[in-house]
Design a protein around this ligand. Structure first.
Ligand SMILES: Nc1ncnc2c1ncn2[C@@H]1O[C@H](COP(=O)(O)OP(=O)(O)OP(=O)(O)O)[C@@H](O)[C@H]1O
Ligand SMILES: [Mg+2]
Length: 265
């Protein structure tokens, strides 16, 4: 049985003209236990909307999300979420940030300390536990966020462009860290990105979404062993195929915009 099943999700948002903008158009896919599935899509196509629905933060208009074969409802807490924007509490130390979810759950202090020590070790953050977010690097902040999500032992971890806004070197390092941490925890991960190279490096499988409204337009099973060499001919071949799909999608969007402009003249 898949760990997660997304079945026929559709979602529209009201727009300012008392109409609706369709954002997700009948999206379906599965993730297997321990799999790292990436979703690639053009900016603004609906990736964050999709993740919010999966995480129980937003209700779809149609469709459903199953975890271990059971339908989940709005407000469920089986998904750990690494947000697109940095989301550490600036007034709490690294340790206190990681501890937060356990505190909310009412886990007693001694147990929290043991769990946080373990999470700090897994994330490679031990020794930095008393630092505040302004005293650590952007990469360390991302690892703290990862530890904060993992400590709650979620069924699935979703990461929304978790490694954006970092310099290329830190980004590459964190991609390797991401795989190392997944190797230790065996987590099932849904990774959203618009960086093709990153998804080719990390993923067991990649789904490509269309422009808004998002539909699944391509799927690649990544048959390459990890760790991967980013510049190997195999990685570059995947990169080139995926970029071709995205380019065709971009051209379609531009042609639709031109048609609309012509129609309004
Ligand atoms: N709460 C909302 N109300 C109305 N429209 C929204 C809302 N949230 C998002 N949208 C619109 O829905 C579309 C998809 O947004 P979403 O954030 O899901 O895209 P995305 O693929 O994550 O974009 P990005 O790559 O820039 O992060 C966008 O056009 C956005 O403006
Ligand atoms: Mg987004």
């Amino acid at each position: 049985m898949p760990k997660l099943s997304v079945l026929n999700l559709s979602k529209s948002y009201p727009n300012g003209d008392s109409g609706e903008t369709e954002v997700l158009d009948n999206i379906s896919f599965d993730i297997q236990e321990g799999e790292l599935l990436s979703i690639l899509g053009p900016s603004g196509c609906g990736k964050t909307t999709l993740l919010k629905i999966i995480a129980g933060l937003l209700e779809p208009d149609k469709g459903e999300v199953l975890i271990d074969g059971q339908k989940v409802e709005l407000g469920h807490n089986r998904v750990g979420y690494i947000f697109q924007q940095e989301s550490l509490f600036p007034w709490r130390t690294v340790r206190e940030n990681i501890e937060f979810g356990l505190e909310v759950k009412g886990v007693p202090p001694e147990k929290r300390t043991i769990a946080v020590n373990e999470a700090l070790k897994i994330a490679g953050m031990d020794g930095l536990d008393d630092h505040y977010p302004h005293e650590i690097s952007g990469g360390q902040a991302r690892k703290t966020e990862m530890a904060r999500s993992l400590i709650l032992a979620p069924d699935i971890l979703v990461a929304d462009e978790a490694l954006s806004n970092l310099d290329a070197q830190t980004r590459n390092y964190l991609q390797e860290e991401f795989l190392r941490i997944q190797g230790l925890t065996g987590s099932t991960i849904l990774f959203v990105s618009h960086n093709v190279d990153e998804t080719v490096f990390l993923s067991d499988r990649i789904l490509v979404l269309s422009n808004i409204p998002a539909r699944v337009i391509a799927e690649y099973k990544m048959e390459l062993p990890k760790p991967r060499n980013r510049t190997s001919p195999e990685c570059l071949a995947y990169r080139s195929k995926i970029l071709d799909v995205l380019r065709v999608e971009q051209e379609k969007a531009m042609s639709r915009t031109r048609q609309k402009q012509t129609a309004s003249i």
